[in-house]
Design a protein around this ligand. Structure first.
Ligand code: TXA
Ligand code: MG
Length: 351
């Protein structure tokens, strides 16, 4: 299949391309588009055949439900049976934005979206290109992250092209995603709001506006079965074996250095995912291995933004091992550590 690439430089001047992308979606085609979190792979959310093609293109298990994306708040009511008062608060505070909410679903939502569940996930993205495309499509848009299942989510159009070129109809290139990690998923279908996937909107942010918010057990403790079907799969798994080091920053660097030297003795290739603060501590190895900084611990947003790109980079150059520094779990740090933990397949070294 030929994959069209639409480069959007100016949302007004390139509006004809945005309109064409929206119409392609309406007509059952697969179109990847940017959001503020990661690139999505969109399809008409009311058309079963189009939705099935998403699963095919991504190689995604069919029991993993999809998020429906809307462009205005009025589009929510027809898709759900009720809008709880906590949802009303979150809509006011966080939409449009990187918060997906789970509602009891209406009859309009096809089974192939929900993986057979009685609930549906809905998000109104903040990215203007995304909202314009959905507006032109005139239907809710099902959109998982636009990566091959199991690969890190795409934060640039290049990442999407690397994974899905020839398998989808169009990629709308709107530049780099601002946040770089997928949305927070908040389940509002039961009595107490519960975070199923941490994201930019943190538990601290939610607690400022909601009386009670809890965290799915699987986020806090490894080995617990997650409530969200998508969270149980191996995610973001880099090709190399990854170890995540957690604890005192100086000691982490010492341990990583020690382990790196052992790996090098065996003539294996490795990469280090460091923080700005520790970069100089690995200096003696910098001629031998690739050391990439995720950013400063003072600016966790930067770390969130570069994480998937760096994981993809190590896959591209081909390393046998990745040694990664952990970060503090407050605010967006919880989402960063959640993705790092998944990427490492639970290989965590606590120091
Ligand atoms: O930021 C994002 O959310 C991106 C952009 C494109 O919007 N989308 C995204 O979609 O990350 P995806 O499919 O990669 O992740 C959706 C997550 C999965 O873990 C899925 O299992 C969960 O949301 N989910 C969807 N519907 C659900 C439901 N009814 N109940 C529980 N979890 C649900
Ligand atoms: Mg995904």
């Amino acid at each position: 299949m030929e994959t069209k690439i639409f480069k959007i430089k100016d949302i007004n001047k390139d509006n004809n391309l945005i309109k064409e992308a929206g119409e392609m979606l309406k007509n059952g085609k697969l179109v990847s588009f940017p959001t503020e979190t990661v690139y999505g792979l969109g399809a008409n959310g009311l058309c079963e055949d189009a939705v099935k093609n998403i699963y095919k293109a991504k190689g995604r298990p069919s029991d993993n439900p999809l998020i429906l994306h809307i462009s205005s708040i009025e589009e929510l009511a027809p898709l759900v049976r009720e809008i709880p008062k906590e949802a009303e608060i979150c809509i006011k505070e966080f939409w449009p934005g990187p918060l997906t909410m789970i509602f009891k679903r209406s009859n309009l939502v096809p089974d192939c979206i929900t993986g057979g569940l009685d609930t549906v996930a809905i998000r109104m993205p903040d990215n203007e290109i995304a909202r314009e495309i959905i507006k032109y499509a005139k239907v809710p848009i099902a959109a998982p992250s636009a990566n091959t299942s199991g690969r890190p989510s795409p934060t640039t159009a290049k990442h999407v092209i690397d994974d899905l070129y020839g398998k989808i109809d169009c990629v709308v290139d709107g530049g780099k995603c601002i946040i770089g990690l997928e949305s927070t998923v908040l389940d509002l279908s039961e009595d107490i709001p519960i975070i199923l996937r941490p994201g930019k909107i943190s538990i601290e942010d939610l607690k400022k506006h909601l009386k009670e918010v809890s965290l799915d057990k699987s986020i806090i403790k490894q080995g617990e079965i997650p409530k969200s079907p998508g969270q149980k799969y191996k995610h973001y798994a880099p090709k190399g074996e990854m170890y995540l080091y957690v604890g005192d920053r100086n000691k982490i660097a010492e341990e990583i250095l020690k382990k790196a030297k052992e790996i090098l003795k065996d003539n294996l290739k490795l990469g280090i995912l460091a923080t700005d603060e520790n970069m100089t501590k690995y200096k003696e190895l910098s001629d031998l291995i690739k050391i990439e900084s995720l950013g400063s611990v003072e600016s966790p947003e930067t770390i969130a933004n570069s994480l998937f790109d760096k994981l993809r980079y190590y896959d591209e150059i081909g390393v046998d091992y990745i040694l990664a520094e952990g970060v503090d779990t407050s605010d967006i740090g919880m989402a960063i550590m959640n993705r790092l933990t998944k990427a490492s397949g639970g290989n965590i070294i606590r120091i």
